[in-house]
Ligand binder design. Sequence first.
Ligand code: ADP
Length: 524
Amino acid sequence: MLPDFRVRQRDYLLEISRAITEELELPTVLKRILQAAVELTAGKAGLIALREGGRWRLRAYVGIPEQFISAFDPLLADIPDHDDPERFEIPEVSRRLSRIGGIASLGLLTGVGLPMVARQEVVGLIFILRGYGGQFSSNDRALLSSFAVQAAIAVHNAMLYQQVSAEKRRLDAVLEAYADGVLIIDSAGKITRFNRALSTISALPAANALGLNHDDVIRWAHREKGPDLNAAMADGWPLPGTTGPLYVEGDLLRHNGGIVPVGISYAAVFDREGRLVNIIADVHDMTKIRAAEELKSTFVSVVSHELKTPVALIKGYAETLSREDASWDPATVRDSLAVIVDEADRLTELIESLLDASRLQSGDLKLNIVDVALDDLAGQLVEKFKTQTNKHTLVADFAPDFPVIRGDEERLRQVLSNLLSNAIKYAPNGGEIRVSGRSTAAGVELRVSDQGAGIAAHDLPHVFERFYRAEGDLTRRVKGTGLGLFLTRAIVRAHGGEIQVESEPGKGAAFTITLPRYNGELAT
Ligand code: ADP
């Protein structure tokens, strides 16, 4: 039979072991250790300090009211500023205790402090304080030391756990906030992680995806590059040791019935024995890349087509005129030269539009702000366009007191020219084209309307997009790049204004521009 106090010691040591194995939350571990240590040594109160950021800080206490805790800081002031157990000595505690003001009222008379050493490092300090005089016996110290060894392991584990938990939370937050979709599959093929971006891409909430199989979530409407995951795995991917990613690209079926272009890189994670633990998929939404690729190819086809036509005409006429074996009458020469000049003008205009579009993209479209009388400008343009058509009736309709606004006169001329020339182009049977202006509370409103073919409802939201041209016979017959309205809207917006379109197919279209009268930002 063990003597009584030995039984008690054994029980306390067991208690600590339980604290080590059961509990990983640092504050609870510290509290349990302290309670056990205080009881074990017949103490009245206890404190634990941990080394954080190169300093000792009190992290747990028992038997001391909270408002007194800061009074114990001087106890830590003389503690060695390192964690090397070889050079560690805690200064005499009892004498220091007596110097702490106000402590007397707590009735704490003597104390002892010990370092808690785990893995050759002082991870913490434990102080036990007693309410009666006399020194701690060597037996007390020996008991407390062997106890401190156990306690140190518990603290060390809890600190590691805290670090790992913090690291895991950080990693979770990173994965959650990652711009690409992230999917993690375990060795049984089940989804264990599904981040926010992937929920958006796939239109499937994470809660619905977790626990499903990869193929329940990643369903291809059309694959362009690479085998799907199952086919790749059937062919031997991933081979342990060769963890190169698998890349698959195509259109993914979204869970709301839509389709989204994506590129997925799969990487395999193996354990030390070479067993597959996880497959991690990075799902990149390619919508923007696809749109940019499309834009590039549209650009190339529009530009090559639109440049080729005038160049071919100019070359043809110039070659014909320069033939030495023929003589041309003056009228033919004049007409041919007129075609050459017209086509050269078209080329210049196209090049200007392309340059404007690229300046816009690089943010280099600068406005030269002056006072602009839009009514005069519209009048001049109506007169100019009248000479280009005999089918249309062009009307400028402005009240006599229409205000002068601040703006870039040349750019606003370009805006009205684009709208008037479209009105003529897309109303091949003629009709009235009206430019009207009125003053509003915020500024002015301009409207250019025609009685032409109009725009189908499904084209209306897109006519201001770069290179957009409505489908249809008329558009095919009429020359254009789809840049006019894109530039028009950009110029209007650069003035702080907005442009809108209304149309009833077959009955014409009307473009309405609102512009602020004076805009502080636009002042020169
Ligand atoms: P472009 O005239 O060079 O094709 P725009 O950017 O000026 O390019 O116009 C884009 C498209 O909007 C045109 O291709 C045409 O289909 C449509 N559109 C523009 N203005 C009108 C209009 N007044 N009436 C009917 N359709 C129009």
